[in-house]
Design a protein. Structure first.
Length: 290
């Protein structure tokens, strides 16, 4: 297992050389399995498959069959697909009942990592799918972001930026998944301090075809507006209180502040600059510490 984990960072071919259908491990054979016996990889990060590409593959399989075997592992009931779900789906659409497959003995952890790596190397996952893939590795394998980045050959900030997308509101995540929003636009939306504004601004971004730069200006303006509203205004003191403060300041020759409370009570604060200054004020008040 340790040797295989080292190979993961170098790519899927370093772990399973026959993913491209070129070679097989010793004593492995290609078998014909019924499509009804197969189930998709439960750790498959891809949520959506490109319909055009799937239809093209379906047409090819109808005409020529499946040239590249899929890779599966035996499960309690039938088989789970390790790699080749597109070929599996296209074969069903083509009306096939069987498919060539290589049966591989793979652990749960390896199957999870393979599913992520195979799809990442295709580079057509949506940002949400990629983020969910990283989250799966972290949660299921108890890995840190740094460990995931080392294992997949990605930087830790790269992993962190994708994971942040999962904190977006559900409606905005659906827009990102549907490729109506870009990764850059989504990351900019995350900068909004008032998270309740994200969905509305995401819809506006699509409607007005806002660029990332334009969106950044809007986010900054909204954040400044929120900050100005949060500034606590000091209560305006009455004329009597201000006059009293000035009278006491003149008497003690120092700053005096009166703080009013809602119940009519309050407090007086008399400032002093040193011990000698304090003693001077105490003399004025005729207060003795003897």
């Amino acid at each position: 297992m340790a040797e295989r984990k080292k190979a993961l960072g170098r790519g899927i071919d370093a772990l399973f050389q026959d993913f491209n259908g070129e070679t097989t491990h010793d004593q492995e054979t290609v078998e014909t399995l019924a499509l009804s016996e197969l189930r998709p990889n439960p750790y498959q990060p891809r949520r959506d498959f490109d319909e055009t590409a799937l239809q093209e593959l379906t047409a090819s399989i109808k005409k020529s069959g499946v040239f590249q075997p899929i890779i599966v592992r035996k499960s309690i009931q039938g088989y789970e697909i390790i790699a080749g779900e597109r070929r599996f789906r296209a074969s069903k659409l083509a009306g096939k009942t069987t498919i060539p497959a290589i049966i591989r003995d793979v652990s749960e952890d390896e199957m999870m990592e393979i599913a992520v790596l195979e799809n990442l190397q295709r580079e057509d996952l949506t940002p949400i799918e990629e983020a969910l893939a990283y989250e799966t590795l972290i949660k299921k394998l108890n890995l840190t972001q740094t460990e995931v980045s080392n294992r997949l050959g990605k930087s830790r900030p790269y992993i962190a930026n994708y994971l942040r997308l999962l904190t977006l509101p559900e409606a905005t995540k659906r827009l990102l998944q549907a490729k109506q929003l870009s990764m850059g636009q989504a990351r900019t939306l995350l900068g909004l301090k008032n998270k309740a504004q994200i969905d509305a601004l995401a819809r506006r971004t699509i409607k007005e075809s806002l660029t990332v730069r334009q969106l950044e200006k809007i986010v900054n303006a909204l954040n400044e507006e929120k900050a100005s509203k949060q500034v606590i205004k000091k209560p305006v003191k009455s004329t009597f209180i201000r006059a009293t403060e000035q009278h006491l300041a003149d008497k003690f020759n120092t700053k005096v502040t009166l703080a009013e409370q809602k119940d009519g009570k309050g407090k007086i604060e008399i400032g002093y600059l040193s011990t000698e200054d304090l003693n001077r004020i105490l003399d004025i008040l005729n207060v003795s510490l003897d």
